[in-house]
Every structure is written in C-alpha cells, then in structure tokens.
Design a protein around this ligand. Structure first.
Ligand SMILES: C[S@@+](CC[C@H](N)C(=O)[O-])C[C@H]1O[C@@H](n2cnc3c(N)ncnc32)[C@H](O)[C@@H]1O
Length: 293
C-alpha cells in the first residue's frame, strides 16, 4: 500500500465514507515521454522507466504549459510522492535545476536511477524528510541550491493544507523572479469534496448516496471536534486581496479548477520576513461573515 498519501486526503475520503471516490480521479491512463511511461495513479511502485504520477490526465496536460514556461530554468516542486511529476518536469522542461521536496523521509531510488539514465544528475535535486512548513530548512535549501539566483517556477503539490501551504508561500515567493509563477495545486479539494457529498446525499439514485449517508451518520455520532482546519480557499482569497492592494507583490492571480497561478510582481520582497499578515490581507472584512442584505 501507498505510504506517501497526504493526511488530509485521508480525512476527506473518510468524511465521504470511502476511498473509491479519491481513487476514481486516477484513471490508470498513461503517456510516454522519451521512453519513460507515466501512469496516472498513486501506487508506491515507480521505476526509472515507469512512474506513477498523482494527477488526472487533464492536469498532466496542463504541466506541458508550465514546463514550457520554465524551460531551461530554475524550478521548485513541493510534493514528490512517487516521483512522477518531478521526472516529467525534467523531461518536458529540461531545467537548469529542479529542487523537489517531500516530508516523507525515505528516498526514491527510481528518481536517482532516472536522473542517471537521462542526464539529470546534479540538476534533479530531491530533498526528503523536509516539511513544507519548515521555513528555516526550506530557506537553507534554496540558499544552497540557488544562491542569489531567482526561481522561475514553484509548484506546491504537497500538503494541500492552509498553514503549511502559507508558510511555504511566504518563504519561497520572495525568491521567485518578477514575472515568475507560483502554482498551488488542488486548492479546491475540500470544496469539491464537500459539494460531492452534498450532491450524493440529495440524490438517492447516486451510486455514492449510501456511502455518503453512512459517512455522515458516522461523523454525526462522534463527539464534537474543535474547528481547527482552515480551508485552503481562504489562502487563495488572501492572495487575491494581496494582488488588489498596493504592495506590488503580485502581478496576476489566475485560477482554474486544478490550480491557482500567482505571478510575481516587480516589488522587492523581504527574503526572510515576508508575511501575508503584514500586507493587510485581513483588513478588509472580506473574509468574515457577510452582513444581511
Ligand atoms: C499529491 S502528492 C504529490 C504528487 C506529485 N507531485 C505527483 O504529481 O506525482 C503529495 C506529497 O506531498 C507530501 N507532503 C504532504 N504533506 C507535506 C508537508 N507538510 N511537507 C512536505 N511534503 C508533504 C506527501 O508525502 C506526498 O508525497
């Protein structure tokens, strides 16, 4: 079984009452690039010739554009999983350096063998056992790998949780070059999951109705839990507010159902002290209960 599944997917799938819905987005379809096969799935069985990539096919397609954007450049990825996205980015972008990070401590031999076979030794730089919320460690890696050179593209596909994602953003975004892009994947996972539950509960003919009903009954039987989880969509709204303000930090925010793309503005940002809270993202009362009409 897969040991690299992020904890929040467990929570979401448990709330839905089953694992199958999560699995259904991975179709098992595959594509081949330079003799390497990439299979849409989450299975701990990657090899240098055949990687599992934790994305549906339509999102893998979008990676072509991201890779073209950062071709030959400096890329940072958060979330290695089975190595599929890192290997694919190497083949499509031929980066000067791709740093990729995961909190899972065990190294993926498949990635090392892939780097060896395809000429990416020294350019594909995986770091294991690194939490994306660990600002000091992330900054240390960036300093060592890039020195004063700015990053062209960051892709955060790690925890999909508000606080760790925010910490990485505050650490890495000041290191992105003006015009460079910062991608946050799967920002909508909790919204989409909650909506799927709502739709399945409302429709007794839905194949997921019974599972959702049982999941809900189970959840209601539990003692009340303190509300500690913050939706990722809150971070996206904070970034939209930052883009609308006067900081010049963000030139553009583009959102689609799979990811948010934030383009770095021209203003210099403090490499070690950049904090969203210092830029008024909570000052507009946009993220509080709305008053009645
Ligand atoms: C969705 S998977 C990444 C999929 C991969 N990018 C791909 O497309 O094949 C998420 C990965 O993030 C890692 N992860 C989860 N929370 C993390 C955290 N706080 N810091 C670093 N990595 C984390 C998990 O161990 C997992 O390997």
């Amino acid at each position: 079984m897969n040991h690299r599944r992020p904890e929040n997917l467990e929570l979401l799938s448990e709330a839905f009452g089953g694992q199958e819905i999560i699995e259904s987005i991975f179709t098992g379809e595959s594509l081949e690039v330079d003799g390497v096969e990439f299979v849409s799935g989450y299975v701990a069985d990657s090899s240098a010739e055949r990687f599992y990539i934790v994305k549906p096919m339509h999102l893998i397609d979008r990676y072509r554009d991201l890779a073209a954007f950062a071709a030959g450049g400096r890329i940072v990825e958060l979330g290695i999983a089975e190595g599929g996205s890192a290997a694919l980015l190497c083949l499509w972008a031929d980066p000067a350096t791709l740093v990729t990070v995961d909190n899972e401590p065990s190294p993926l031999t498949a990635l090392d063998e892939f780097a060896d076979a395809h000429g990416f030794v020294g350019r594909l730089r995986p770091f294991y056992g690194v939490d994306q919320a660990d600002r000091d460690r992330l900054a240390e890696i960036m300093d060592a790998e890039f020195g004063a050179d700015a990053i062209d593209l960051v892709i955060d596909d790690a925890s999909h949780s508000y606080w760790p994602t925010r910490a990485s953003f505050e650490t890495l975004f000041p290191r992105v070059r003006p015009g460079g892009r910062y991608i946050i994947e799967d920002w909508e996972a909790d919204i989409a999951m909650a909506d799927s539950v709502r739709i399945a509960l409302q429709d007794p003919t839905s194949p997921h109705h019974e599972r959702a009903r049982k999941g809900l009954a189970k959840a209601m039987g539990r003692p009340p839990q303190p509300a500690t989880r913050v939706s990722m969509s809150r971070l996206i709204l904070e970034l939209v507010i930052l883009a609308g303000g006067q900081s010049g930090a963000i030139a553009d925010v583009s959102i689609n159902k799979s990811f948010v793309s934030i383009t770095r503005g021209e203003s210099p940002l403090d490499l070690h002290g950049f904090r969203l809270d210092d830029h008024g993202v909570h000052g507009h009362r946009l993220l509080v209960e709305r008053p009645a009409e």
